[in-house]
Design a protein around this ligand. Structure first.
Ligand code: SF4
Length: 408
């Protein structure tokens, strides 16, 4: 028997640049979050200029989607003048929300704009009273701390006076977000200024203790060393139905610095799963859970954990052997043009004649084919190999849309 439909939460995807935003929208994101060139805590992502943001908001409005701007740095006094200027500009561009951490930026956003303000996970909101404090100040949404279990999230959704947003997928800190000084201490680059060097994922060995020269603490796991702080990535698929039942307003995917392949696949999997749950097809969701996780494991990950959702994480939530990303596929490029006769692919990695690739479109659609012939899109000449940042044409009536992706 079909169950009754429940309120669908927003699916919120990362957009490290304009292309990734288009990919996220194509694969089913309701909204994206992105950073400007400064003050967004991801200084190493591509990020957006104010002009690009303006274009992004126009595209989103046309598609009925939303764009949220992260301004979640912890600023010094000398940063505030530039932040005021940016807020002034943002009030003209009108993104659909501003994600902030610092009370100074919150106050300036309220003073200088009429844009909705969301409180970032960097502020570690852990309880309903704190949430309601912020709602009383005029924020419209809180991205709660990643250290809450399902009961605590459910309680906040019931009793807080505004929207609750939760991270469902992506990399995790071993520290409370925003309260980690490891990178600053080790390298002088502060996580709270968008420059985290991921020091928690380095290969550590304990030093000898002063009274016992020459003796080292035996923490090595094996010859590869020991990655003692290296958390696996969050994957909420096993508990997604429970988060939706709890009344979470927005489900967020981490990863503004991740690839277009990652954005496409994570967005598509969570889009499909959310639709099944909310459209009363829970048996199908249960049956597909393993295949969802399998597909997610094909894009960069460090193994998966449900983190705090099901209780305090134990040692199985850490990857002690390696901090490298696991990738089952190499991203080839994205489809930028499609006719009934051919597709054109903007390459991000080389593609050669004879290679077998997968065309991956929304709805978990995969079409595998051999590249029999390859043509340069600019002059139509046949080529043996296409190089990154060129557009190649492959003939065939493929069942895909523009912004679908190709991988091998
Ligand atoms: S060093 Fe690790 S725990 Fe600390 S902020 Fe960076 S990623 Fe997070």
């Amino acid at each position: 028997m079909e169950e009754k439909k429940i309120k669908k939460p927003e699916l919120l995807a990362p957009a490290g640049n304009f292309e990734k935003m288009l990919t996220a929208f194509h694969f089913g994101a309701d909204a994206v979050y992105l950073g400007l060139k400064r003050f967004s805590l991801r200084n190493f992502a591509g990020n957006f200029t104010l002009d690009q943001l303006s274009e992004a908001v126009t595209v989103a409005n046309e598609l009925g989607k939303k764009v949220y701007v992260t301004l979640n740095i912890f600023p010094y006094d000398e940063d505030l003048e530039e932040i005021e200027y940016i807020l002034f500009e943002l009030n003209t561009i009108k993104p659909h929300g501003l994600i902030v951490s610092d009370p100074a930026i919150f106050l300036l956003a309220k003073e200088l704009t009429d844009i909705d303000v969301h409180i970032s996970t960097q502020l570690n909101v852990m309880n309903t009273k704190t949430a309601n404090f912020w709602f009383k100040q005029g924020v419209s949404r809180i991205v709660v701390a990643r250290e809450l279990n399902l009961n605590q999230i459910s309680n906040m959704c019931k009793n807080a006076n505004g929207e609750i947003e939760v991270f469902v997928h992506g990399a995790l800190c071993i520290a409370y977000s925003g309260r980690c000084f490891l990178s600053l201490y080790m390298t002088g680059r502060s996580a709270n200024r968008g420059e985290c060097t991921q020091s928690c994922r380095w290969n550590y060995k304990l030093l000898e203790e002063a009274e016992r020269p020459g003796q080292y603490f035996p923490i090595e796991e094996d010859e590869r060393g020991s990655y003692i702080f290296n958390s696996k990535d969050l994957c909420a698929i096993p508990v997604l139905d429970k988060l939706i039942d709890a009344g979470v307003a927005s489900l967020k995917i981490e990863g503004r610095m991740k690839s277009m392949h990652y954005v496409a696949v994570t967005t598509d999997v969570y889009r499909t799963a959310i639709d099944l749950i909310c459209e009363g097809k829970r048996e199908d969701f249960e049956k597909m859970k393993d295949s969802f996780v399998e597909e997610l494991s094909r894009v960069s990950n460090r193994g998966f954990t449900t983190n705090f959702f099901e209780g305090t994480p134990d040692s199985s939530s850490y990857n002690f052997e390696s901090s490298k990303y696991i990738n089952q596929f190499a991203f080839v490029g994205s489809v930028v043009n499609k006719t009934e006769e051919y597709i054109e692919i903007l390459l991000k990695n080389p593609l050669s004649k004879g290679e077998i690739v997968e065309l991956r479109d929304r709805g978990l659609k995969v079409e595998k084919f051999k590249v029999e012939k390859l043509f340069a899109a600019n002059n139509g000449e046949e080529v043996e190999k296409g190089n990154p940042n060129t557009v190649v044409r492959v003939y065939g009536n493929f069942n895909c849309g523009v912004n679908s992706i190709v991988r091998k």
